[in-house]
Design a protein around this ligand. Structure first.
Ligand SMILES: Nc1ncnc2c1ncn2[C@@H]1O[C@H](COP(=O)(O)OP(=O)(O)OP(=O)(O)O)[C@@H](O)[C@H]1O
Ligand SMILES: [Mg+2]
Length: 417
């Protein structure tokens, strides 16, 4: 539906747009750290051969680091040790060949080790890189304090790069999760829309069809009754149009009491003798709406799927639950195992939302019975608490004989003959 094609971004997603991501934050930090190291190389006042070797090594290290920014997460596993080896060469070769040292020279290598090596081995290798660098720098005749400066600078740069990469990965992950949450909300909304459309408009269209058919039949013999039926058809069509707007707004407001009257009228039009026994008081609003929808679908089903002569509608309320049962006769055979319809399935979903269940019994002797139960207990958050019921493993396939073999918990609600 076009209505759901473009979903507005959530507040969180919009806030996420302003948050620096891996594409912007990492190069910025890399450039800053690079500038720090180049400045350190220049400040060391090396002879030209050492200076050029150091700058060349820096170029290789920075290039590899930049490549890893773009590739690390996607690069094949075999490329990772290769990257570490090349970085190690660029770090140690200037040291061994021309005695070139500068503060932080092992930082990029140390960061790569932390990022690319899995598990605890990463920290062991990190320590080994720093310790070996310290020893190598000492070996070329630099004092302890200068060697320590080189090592500590490398630790600082290594940890900084590691944290920036970790932060970027977290941000990317959060964005993916945000997108999934939005997607999930869209799917839920689609399902709600489909359910509402089915349960609200499906009923109205079925009622209009039934009454229009009846009108056509009685028009020649009883024009006055036909005119009454036509007036009802117009009313139902108007009501359907109003409900269509409610579906689009995500707002449903029908009540069980109203629905009982509409059900009785629809059954009368279909020549079904309806017996109604309502023994429930004021219900929580959400339970009332759900039971009204349940009754609508069940009565529509009676008129569509049976040749019923009788229909029994009963509602009963006890301490923390309310049960609504609809039983009809005129069922040709047991309910088919494979069904295309969504009506009963939708009802089960709606009832679950108010802590309830749906039981359907196709009776072998021509009776069809549906029992909907909902919880009237409300938890601390104002939601319906789930009923403490034993769940029938195969409610849709169960049969009974004129309700005599109904389970004990069914019998209080029994409206059968
Ligand atoms: N009152 C009833 N009497 C006899 N059979 C029924 C009755 N209610 C439901 N059924 C059987 O159960 C099946 C499933 O009903 P359900 O309401 O889920 O789907 P549907 O009415 O066929 O289609 P939909 O409700 O999606 O328009 C029906 O196809 C019918 O075979
Ligand atoms: Mg149906």
């Amino acid at each position: 539906m076009g209505l759901f094609r473009s979903t507005p971004p959530t507040e969180a997603a919009r806030a996420g747009d302003d948050w620096p991501n891996g594409g912007r934050l990492q190069p910025l930090i890399l450039v800053v750290l690079l500038a720090v190291q180049v400045t350190a190389i220049l400040a060391a006042r090396m002879p030209p051969s050492r200076l050029s070797a150091s700058l060349e090594a820096m170029t290789v290290l920075a290039g590899l680091e930049a490549w890893q920014f773009r590739q690390a997460a996607r690069s094949p596993r075999w490329q990772r040790p290769g990257a570490i080896v090349v970085q190690a060469l660029a770090t140690y070769l200037p040291l061994f060949l021309v005695d070139a040292t500068w503060p932080g020279m092992g930082g990029f290598l140390a960061a790569s080790v932390l990022v690319l090596v899995p598990g605890r081995a990463a920290w062991a290798l990190f320590t080994a890189v720093i310790a070996s660098l310290f020893a190598a720098v000492m070996a070329v005749g630099v004092g302890v304090s200068d060697a320590a400066y080189v090592a500590v600078g490398s630790v600082a740069i290594g940890l900084t790069m590691f944290c920036v990469r970790g932060l970027s990965a977290v941000i990317r992950h959060v964005r993916v999760v945000q997108a999934e949450v939005v997607q999930l909300a869209v799917v839920r909304e689609r399902m709600r829309f489909a359910r509402d459309l089915h349960d609200l408009l499906g009923h109205s269209l079925a009622a209009i069809t039934l009454r229009a058919e009846l009108t056509r039949r009685i028009m020649p013999t009883d024009p006055a009754k036909a005119s009454d039926e036509l007036r009802d058809v117009v009313d139902i069509a108007r009501q359907a149009a109003a409900e269509m707007r409610q579906v689009a707004d995500g707002y449903r407001n029908i009540s069980l009491a109203q629905e009982v009257a509409a059900a009785a009228s629809l059954l009368a039009s279909a020549d079904v003798d309806a017996r109604v026994e309502m023994n429930c008081g004021i219900l929580p609003h959400n339970v009332d709406t759900v039971l009204a929808m349940v009754l609508r679908e069940l009565v529509t089903n009676v008129t569509r799927h049976s040749r019923a002569r009788n229909c029994w509608i009963a509602a009963e309320q006890s301490d923390e639950r309310v049960g609504l049962s609809v039983t009809n006769d005129g069922v040709a055979s047991l309910m088919p195992a494979h069904r295309d319809g969504r009506g009963l399935e939708n009802l089960a979903v709606r009832l679950e939302a108010v802590g309830g269940t749906l039981n359907v019994m196709s009776c072998g002797d021509g009776l069809f019975r549906v029992l909907a139960e909902a919880s009237t207990r409300v938890d601390a958050h104002g939601r319906s608490a789930a009923l403490d019921l034993c769940v029938d493993p195969e409610p849709l396939r169960r049969t009974c004989e004129c309700c005599e073999s109904c389970s004990p918990r069914m019998s209080p609600w029994c409206a059968g003959p």
